[in-house]
Design a binder for this molecule. Structure first.
Ligand code: BES
Ligand code: MN
Length: 869
């Protein structure tokens, strides 16, 4: 067989091959290459922030703000979108305005969200339930409301608009204000465009939809709460500041309002503690360029101007400290967090500055304009968030490098994520011996990770030329009395299927660089099986840290699963004593039935992989020179032989191929009914009737099948050659109660006997490459019971109804599942971590972040609870 392998095309490129610069599906660099250099006159190393995640919407992102748990974004089409900052799942999408959402502001305590928009409305929201609390408007035509801030002390919202006014609404007095008449609401007033008289004196019809909340929520700005001509230009941006005592301006201190205008000035306004009214106390002239954005750090005010300039004012002395031309286009956003200042411009570039306003780094964060930014601290990390007209929100880790390297501050999920990112970076492709070193390094990394989290770990050498198996053990603490000294064995694999790294090929991202997009992690092996292995590792590790682990958890993470677990049986037998007794076996290497209902897997099919080769005793020949009716060509023989495997309508003709199949029990029947009911009207299944779905699932899960994977030929494989040899890879999936040896025999003898009737002088060669027994677990046992409870607890969080997992089987195979059960006399159970759309073995393999985190939580419960049973 070895000679023939050489003509199978190899699509995995070598490690170290230079890659073209990689753009994601949105057309930008996935991870800007880290550049080191000197800039800004200081000896400062450039530290490019790492892209943690990117979420894509279907319109520009114009405004952003962030709380401890959520990212809020305002869109061009009037939506407020809310994502979890932990899992990047879309939590909520509200149609909030009839115009672009230009500004979002979160109250100091994070409980109330303010949005201002192009529809002249300021909406007030409960920031957690997203309920609309109030809708504020002015009786004047204010145009776009560019900015809004909220003083918690005065309970007053201040906003700045296109008509150059600043207005405010004191929520303390909202109930004593006269009820507004609906006719004064901007939606009912004459519209500058829609209601103007066109040619012939006709009016354009208005858009039908109006978002006018009930009048109990409508708040109309009092005429005395308006300062007209606050600026001689649009009021673009606002800040609320509290000056340190001793630095009062014109005798006024405490909370003050800053406004930046298109007239190029920043104004300081004193706030009347009783009436909330504003009084102009100082004007800072910045020049001709409009003030588009502002951020404050201590007493330093950073202003982003039109034309790429940033100017810095010291509010202590009211002096202009610096003015520098930094960006080449409008500086549309400024954010400050800790000692860092971030600016973002219409060129798509962000810059990071230190407190002395020395330049730290510059990188392209969007392919279009950067329209919004926000910054926060999270688990000791500096998070910078940007939004742009490329419809994306990008989340960056802008921590200083030395901070990043110290793991101490990171949250447990952050550590899981960075470990997974590292593990994915090893090209642990087991099918190709040239990746053996990557595999060894991947295994070593895993071993060290186990040790770091408190396990003992070793590499078990496998047979010659095979990747090592990582063996680890987390020891239970205390007396183990509760766990009765029980042991759970977790089995998984760190090897992966090859992935094409050529930029032209199917992957949207680099397959060996973990990339976060829209709540998913993309990368080869992230779902099959590196992510689930690390979820289990971290579950055990965290239980140890929390002193909650009573039982022993043993891990066997092998490196040859994708090539049929070669060497595994021997290695396990050789190390039987080291591995010790096992009470339960856990696997996590399959997928849900669809994308939203958690499942438990209780069955896998077996598989027989065979290579069928027909060879002649002649070399490769030119068909023009040697092609003749007397010459039996190996490829023709092979094709004829393959044709014997099935009838023209696809029925497998190997005698006894479908025998025996275990009869269906009433309990099983019930499970199929439950599954069918759960999915029958879901998008992917709606074209099938319940009966068809049942039939479809049964044929994949409990009946055998045959596949011809590929047919290949020797020689240069061009259309003038008679190949010396032709080869086909085929596989048979087998089911309980079929015996591997019996089905193998039936396959080989059928092919041999059919071939002999060909009377060809070419030689037939059949090799069995690898095989796996089917596995059928007991969904009633303690392991499945415990898994079910854990799945229900973890996936029901935040749901009103308890989420019940579906019990499913799988068409795929895991060679070691049945072997481990027999070898250790222990039952296995299987938790699928991934969704149906994970794309295992295909381009763009992915795993949803929530699934990774929830799987870890499920393992924690199972590792803690199962041993008590
Ligand atoms: N994760 C799969 C097993 C699997 C496949 C589960 C499909 C659920 C659905 C595993 O890593 C795998 O790829 N197994 C191989 C078997 C092996 C002998 C190469 C398979 O099923 O083809
Ligand atoms: Mn696989």
């Amino acid at each position: 067989m070895s000679g023939l392998q050489a003509f199978s095309p190899n699509n995995g490129s070598r490690a170290g091959t230079p890659l073209p610069r990689f753009l994601d599906s949105y057309g930008f660099p996935i991870n800007p290459p880290a550049r080191k250099g000197k800039e800004g006159g200081g000896a400062i190393e450039e530290e490019i922030p790492t892209l943690l995640h990117r979420v894509k919407h279907n319109g520009s992102i114009l405004s952003l703000c962030v709380s401890d748990t959520l990212i809020y974004a305002g869109s061009q089409s009037g939506e407020i979108l809310v994502w979890s900052i932990e899992t990047f799942q879309l939590v909520k999408s509200i149609q909030a305005h009839q115009g672009s959402v230009l500004c979002l502001y979160l109250s100091d305590d994070g409980s109330v969200l303010f949005s201002s928009a192009g529809d002249a409305i300021i909406n007030v929201w409960n920031a957690k339930t997203f309920e609309n609390l109030y809708s504020i408007y002015s009786t004047f035509d204010v145009g776009d409301v560019f900015c809004v801030v909220y003083s918690s002390a005065l309970q007053t919202a201040y906003f700045g608009a296109q008509n150059t006014s600043i207005q405010w609404y004191d929520l303390k007095v909202k109930d004593s204000r006269p009820r507004p008449t609906l006719t004064s609401h901007p939606s009912y007033r004459n519209h500058r465009f829609f209601d103007s008289k066109g040619p012939g004196g006709r009016t354009t019809p208005r858009p039908a939809s109006k978002i006018v909340p009930p009048s109990s929520r409508l708040l109309e700005v009092a005429p005395e709460n308006i300062v007209q001509y606050a600026h001689y230009g649009y009021v673009y941006c606002m800040l609320l500041i509290t000056l340190p005592s001793g630095s009062e301006v014109g005798g006024v201190g405490g909370e003050m309002l800053l406004s930046g205008g298109g007239d190029g000035v920043v104004k300081l306004w004193a706030l009347d503690p009783v009436t909330s009214a504003i009084k102009d106390v100082k004007t800072l002239g910045a020049g001709d360029s409009g003030v588009l954005s502002m951020a404050i750090n201590d007493t330093m005010l950073y202003c982003g101007l039109t034309d790429g300039e940033i100017c810095i004012w010291d509010l202590d002395t009211m002096q202009l400290i610096r003015s520098l031309k930094t960006h080449c286009e409008d500086v549309l956003t400024m954010s400050v967090m800790g000692n860092c200042i971030f600016s973002g411009s219409a060129s798509g570039y962000s810059r990071k500055w230190n407190q002395r306003f020395e330049h730290m780094s510059r990188w392209q964060s969007h392919s279009g304009l950067i329209l919004a930014s926000a910054a926060t601290k999270r688990h000791g990390r500096l998070i910078y968030i940007t939004g742009g007209n490329d419809d994306c929100v990008a989340i960056w880790d802008a921590s200083a490098l030395e901070q990043l390297e110290s793991q101490i501050l990171k949250s447990q999920n952050d550590q899981l994520l960075s470990s997974l990112s590292k593990l994915v970076s090893f090209r642990t492709v087991s099918s190709d011996p040239s990746y053996a070193e990557d595999c060894r390094r991947g295994a070593t990394y895993l071993k060290q990770l186990f040790k770091r989290y408190g396990a003992t770990a070793t590499l078990l050498p496998s047979e010659e030329g095979r990747n090592p198996i990582v063996h680890a053990r987390f020891g239970g603490c205390g007396t183990k009395s509760r766990s009765k000294g029980k042991t759970i064995l977790f089995y998984g694999h760190y090897d992966v299927i090859s992935a094409s790294e050529s930029a032209k090929a199917g992957w949207q991202t680099r397959p060996f660089e973990l990339t976060g997009m829209n709540g998913y992690l993309y990368g080869r092996g992230v779902s099959d099986n590196k992510g689930p292995c690390l979820a289990a590792l971290f579950a055990a590790g965290e239980l140890v840290q929390e002193q909650e682990l009573d039982a022993d958890i043993t891990f066997l993470i092998e490196g040859e699963e994708e090539t049929g677990s070669r060497g595994f049986v021997d290695a396990v037998r050789r190390n039987k004593e080291l591995i010790g007794d096992v009470d339960w076996i856990l696997l996590a290497n399959s997928y849900w039935l669809n994308d939203d209902v958690p499942c438990l897997t209780y069955g896998l099919r077996g598989v027989i992989h065979a290579t069928v080769v027909v060879e002649s005793d002649k070399p490769d020949l030119h068909s023009g020179v040697e092609g003749s009716r007397l010459n039996r060509e190996p490829t023709i023989d092979l094709v004829n032989l393959l044709a014997k495997l099935t009838s023209p309508d696809g029925k497998v003709l190997i005698p006894g191929f479908s025998e025996p199949v275990r009869p269906i029990t009433p309990a099983e029947e019930e499970m199929y009914t439950a599954i069918t009911n759960a999915i029958v009207n879901k998008p992917d299944w709606s074209h099938l009737t319940a009966a068809q779905i049942k039939d479809h699932l049964m044929s994949k899960w409990r009946f055998p099948s045959l596949t011809i994977h590929k047919v290949s030929v020797s020689g240069p494989s061009n259309a003038t050659i008679i190949p010396r040899a032709a080869s086909a890879s085929i596989s048979l999936r087998i089911v309980p109660d079929q015996e591997l040896s019996v089905i193998k025999d039936r396959l080989v003898s059928y092919l041999r006997s059919e071939y002999s009737s060909f009377n060809s002088h070419n030689k037939l060669n059949i090799t069995i490459d690898h095989e796996a027994e089917p596995w059928l677990g007991d969904p009633e046992n303690d392991a499945f019971r415990t898994l079910e409870e854990a799945v229900m607890d973890v996936w029901s969080e935040g749901n009103e109804e308890r989420v019940r997992p579906l019990y499913i089987r799988e068409g795929g195979s895991i060679p070691t599942a049945r072997f481990l059960e027999k070898e250790f006399g222990a039952p296995a159970a299987h938790l699928p971590c991934g969704q149906a759309s994970d794309q295992a073995h295909l381009d763009d393999e992915r795993l949803r972040l929530v699934n990774l985190y929830k799987s870890k939580a499920i393992f924690k419960r199972v590792f803690r609870e199962l041993p008590k049973k």
